[in-house]
Write a new protein. Sequence first.
Length: 107
Amino acid sequence: MKVVLVGIMMTMLCSSAQAQMPGQESVIAMKMTGACLTKNYHDDWVNAEVAGDMEGITELVLSGRCFLVKQGERVLVIESSWTLRKVRMRSGPYKGRAGWVYMEAVK
């Protein structure tokens, strides 16, 4: 039973992350989200988002620690962690910049 469950989980993880592997071209799938220069800055983004702290999000953007990315913008996945993807923007106003985004933001 455990072997079957592990096999199902591995299949789900591999198929959902397949388009998000380093070196793959992809697009931003969320309406709008933040791309942050470091994982720690992304943690700050998440904390501000959860708290409804728009001033905190604004501070992250104005300080240059994070930038806003929009749905449909093209990206290259350059690094991957369990819940985040580091992407290089291929289109949009931040073309050429790299930042960490939610795994779910990249499709």
